[in-house]
Design a protein around this ligand. Structure first.
Ligand SMILES: *Cc1c(COP(=O)(O)O)cnc(C)c1O
Length: 430
């Protein structure tokens, strides 16, 4: 049997799927070249259809905190799947995962499961609007919250506070209900609340912004946000789709000691299957149908197979003391990279929180807002990405995407990453 090459598969995919992919960044547009079609994953590695094996630091963009195809997670999935994959009626596994999430996360009394991070944030926003009777929402430039219409919004120009659609197909009138502020700017936040505080339903933020580089925030900024929302009767939504069960058992809320009104989850919570969730106090969640007037539903929401994958993952994380171990591994990675890159000409910086890390190739301190990102650093990344890939190390195909460690990574993997990075930089130096 002749193997289809990645190039042949890409050409074939582009005939039946827009751009050949089901999520845009997979198409390698930022780095050029041919996307790899992955045939399997095992622990810290993925293997493409040509049989090339890569040490993986993309981690499917965050969900696989235990690595690929963890035997216990796969077994849990297989066992549940054999009993039927979805019923459209409640099942025990939903309660078990809900109880586990509530026990883990500060201030959470109830959760509702959905099937993606996008659905989670979209539903949390609807709930915030329904519960407060207000329409305005506030987001931050550089934070990603999935692709719901009112969240695909960029900052308006100059003094105009109304947001602009950041995608075709988003009506201007929708975007006009979203305010977009820069991160790390208490003054702008205060000014907005002074002007429109009584109209704001919610402020949504990635407390660990990890979708535009890793823009770690000062705790004081998050505290100001907590205070301003509370004082103005607006809800604070922590979008923990990446950070939940990743930076700590209780996500960024635990890490910073700040409790939001609503939190959204995805990625790790599904153990590699499509799961999202949003939750908050019982009082707030009582606004959701069937108890309350805010409608939200899902045919496959809470299906037993997805719940089992999430439950198995959370159990293993707890048992393995995952967050402590990943912190140790992350600190080792920092050390190895610093040692390997000592003396290289390229400006570089590693920003890290637990098992999330970002390498930026720009001068100066780790940026804290999207406007502090250097576009030229993006150009430096492109040849480096391919040099890493050729050497069997898979990192996300964009300069502004973070990387992840999983429990499948070993100290040897981490050392290999650092050595390969040094070689790749040397090979691409101009
Ligand atoms: C990935 C992500 C989303 C969207 O989740 P999907 O499952 O891709 O819809 C939302 N918010 C954050 C912070 C994310 O990282």
């Amino acid at each position: 049997m002749t193997k289809e090459t990645n190039a042949a598969l890409y050409e074939r995919a582009r005939r039946s799927i827009p751009g050949g992919v089901n999520s845009p960044v997979r198409a390698f547009r930022a780095v050029g070249g041919t996307p790899r079609f992955i045939s399997r994953g095992e622990g810290a590695h993925i293997v493409d259809e040509e049989g090339n094996r890569y040490l993986d630091f993309m981690n499917s963009w965050g969900p696989l905190i235990l690595g690929h195809a963890h035997p216990e997670v796969i077994e849990a999935i297989q066992n549940k799947a054999a009993l039927g994959t979805t019923f459209g009626a409640p099942c025990r596994a939903e309660i078990e995962l809900a109880e586990a999430v509530i026990a883990a996360y500060p201030g959470l009394e109830q959760v509702r499961f959905v099937s993606s991070g996008t659905e989670a944030t979209m539903s949390a926003i609807r709930l915030a609007r329904g519960a407060t009777g207000r329409d305005l929402i506030v987001k931050f430039s550089g934070c990603y919250h999935g692709h719901a219409d009112h969240l695909l919004v960029a900052a308006g120009s100059g003094l105009v506070t109304a947001g602009q659609p950041s995608s075709a197909g988003v009506p201007k009138d929708f975007a006009a209900l979203t305010r977009v502020l820069p991160l790390d700017a208490e003054d702008k936040l205060r000014a907005l609340f002074a002007a429109e505080g009584s109209r704001i339903a919610a402020v949504i933020i990635e407390p660990v912004p990890a979708n535009n580089g890793l823009l770690l925030q000062r705790k004081e900024f998050l505290l100001t946000l907590r205070k301003l929302t509370r004082d103005n009767g607006a809800l604070l939504i922590f979008d923990e789709v990446i950070s939940g069960f990743r930076v700590a058992k209780g996500g960024a809320a635990e890490h910073y000691g700040i409790t939001p009104d609503l939190a959204t989850f995805g990625k790790v919570i599904g153990g590699g299957l499509p799961v999202g969730a949003y939750g908050g106090s019982r009082k707030l969640m009582a606004h959701i149908a069937p108890e309350g007037p805010v409608y939200q539903a899902g045919t496959l929401s809470g299906n037993p197979v997805a719940m089992a994958a999430g439950l198995a993952t959370l159990r293993i994380l707890e048992r393995e003391k995952a967050w402590e171990r990943l912190e140790v591994l992350g600190a080792l990675l920092e050390k190895e990279v610093a040692a390997a890159l000592a003396g290289v000409e390229l400006p570089w910086k590693m920003t890290r929180i637990g098992s999330i890390f970002w390498l930026s190739f720009q001068e100066g301190d780790s940026p804290r807002s999207a406007k502090a990102l250097d576009e030229a650093a993006g150009a430096r990344f492109k040849p480096l990405f391919h040099a890493m890939l050729e050497r069997g190390v898979y990192i996300p195909p964009s300069a502004f995407e973070v990387m992840f460690l999983s429990l499948a990574h070993t100290p040897a993997h981490v050392a290999h990453f650092a050595q390969t990075l040094r070689d790749a930089i040397a090979a691409t130096a101009t």
